[in-house]
Design a protein around this ligand. Sequence first.
Ligand code: URA
Length: 406
Amino acid sequence: MNILDIIIKKKNKKELTYEELFMAFNGYHKGEVKDYQMSSLLMAITINGMTLNETLSLTDIFIKSGNAYQFNKKVSDKHSTGGVGDSTTFIVAPIVASMNIPMAKMSGRSLGYTGGTIDKLESIPGYKTVLSEEEFYNQIDKIGLAVCSQSEMLVPLDKIIYALRDVSGTTESIPLIACSIMSKKIASGASYIVIDIKVGSGALIKTREEADLFASWVISIGNHYNKKVKTIITSMDEPLSSSIGNALEILEAIEVLKGKNNRLKEVSIEIASHIVSMAKGISVDDAKILSNNALKKGSAYKMFEKWITTQGGNLNAIKISNKVFSLKSNVTGMIKSISAINCAKLSLKLGAGKINKDDIIDHSVGIKLLHQVGDKINKDDILAEIYVKDFNLNLTEEDLKLFVIN
Ligand code: URA
């Protein structure tokens, strides 16, 4: 077998063996398989799929491409498959850590239209997103919570394959997403893992059927490595919170930690409850009561402050832009929908994410939605506040089409 035989075998819808997958992917990691050959194989996988066996093999090959973390106690982790206005980590992590369930999380940056936890954390002046292995372990021992950027040695094969998928039209393959996410979760050493699967127009996974398949696969992969994995499926047709943009999302998460009720809180409680249920061996309903209490009693917020300050962040120094304009409704009616994808595109145009690799993120810009689906609206009501770096930004009517009202 050579790489060409392997590509053709997948093109012909045949199952690849561990050895064949190893030859192709490890060969790519070593530079022996070329970009055009790997792109072709990835496209064959995206079109023809992979069996669960192939997916397990590839996950294993990914994990073995780097270092795995090992903790001296059981730690938890969570992952969202990518969304808009999704700042659940800032709420879930302190809730569970406040109940003595450690969370050790390595997070990524924004990808395409979806926001990244590390970019959001960088809107807190002083917050140290890069921790050495020793600092990461020490912080887990000391306070039971650390969130840092992925180490260079955490599944390096995923990094190069992801970069290639991003530019070869192969990001939406369910088995490839499962390998990519689960290899990183398993290598990061967590025993209890919750995967929040986003479905909808603003998400990588577009349909409920795909989400169900994905859920069953990540659970099988987790079980294979003796990890407890739970999945939840949440809609990403609309942004998860009313703030989109780095600093704005941190501030919104703080409001939830201080008692605000919204969908962001509901989803965060759902994720936290599954972790607590697995870690404490109690029902999800009982875990939900404990998670809600952690918010109500302020222990989650206290843990949030401890975490951020331990990692060097100054919560009082978070800045949002003082250049704000109001987006007004030009009709009277009811809000039928809020487009997650259009909010994401606008926030990208404002500078909250990267369009080109070398762009510098502006943490202070973004969107604050002032209404929800179902709200009655009069002409000229303010629908959203748009935080910009300067008022001369050329925003078109198309850019500002966030709400459907009729
Ligand atoms: N997040 C990842 O880490 N990998 C994917 O493939 C998709 C989302």
